[in-house]
Write a protein that binds this ligand. Sequence first.
Ligand SMILES: [Zn+2]
Ligand SMILES: [Zn+2]
Length: 336
Amino acid sequence: MKVAVFKQRGQPLAVEDAPDPTPVEGEVVLKVGRCGICGSDLHATSHPDHLAPPGKVLGHEFSGQVVALGKNVTDLAMDDCVAVLPLSSCGKCANCLRGELPWCAERNLEGGGYGQYTVANQIQCLKLPSTISMEDGALVEPMAVGLHGVSMAQFEPGARVLVIGAGPIGLASIFWARRHGAGRIVATARTNTREALAMEMGASAFVLPAEDLGAEVNKALGGPPDVVFECVGAQGILAQAIDLCTRRGTVVLMGLCWSADSYVPGLKVSKEVRIQPSAFYSKKEFQVAIDAFHAGNLEPRSMITDRISLAQLPDAFEALRERTTQCKVMVDSWAD
Ligand SMILES: [Zn+2]
Ligand SMILES: [Zn+2]
């Protein structure tokens, strides 16, 4: 099979031949359907402190079809189409049994989506109904990230919501906030490239950075936001979110900022702003995302701006390190 392999920092991914995988007990071999490129994959190939091991096949936003069964696979059958939680885990602890794989003590982030075949444990897989395409299936992971953030926010119906950042996670947060009874939702990002997309996903308005962003946001929302979703992950955004949030409001931290960052604790204290980090998802949240597609909520498809082959992946991957107009790039590892 063909795979795109991470070699080392500063080198593009390399498309190589690799032996077809064989499943161990409880595992299935999946023919990868589609795999989205995620900012965290870029990060894992560039940040000196968080590098993936050389030889790793990245790609964690993927769907696939079962083409081989290991021993004792009871939940899946040949030809089943699945979305995959990209985490290995012990499979036995209380968290695993509840479907909370990210919180297993033995959790490990897995990839494999940038290849033609990969393996997954049956516990990681959720079946896709026939109404859902492989491409929809590959959107389930980022959509589940947004859903988890909205669940963690625990806002009241009608809440005023601000989403900072209009990448896939910001857009997914808008989608779910709208469907969880938010009132007005305002999105803000550095440029208005994603304005139409944000509106499509359910935003009420889009504002560009302004000298007095708070005034702009409050005007668009009809008051300060009850919930702020931080979906950028850069220095200074947390402080900005606390500043913009209403008193006793909630800041949901979803962006991954890997540098030290600061805010004024007194401001947070005096406003009693709750900071709620949000990471990963549960199997249940994956299922909710699948069900949303099945029910015909197809807006997330509009996030897909590009479709590429495995051969095109190394160059496309490097190009994404610079700011581009692309949103979600889908890899079809079987395309020519
Ligand atoms: Zn991701
Ligand atoms: Zn476990």
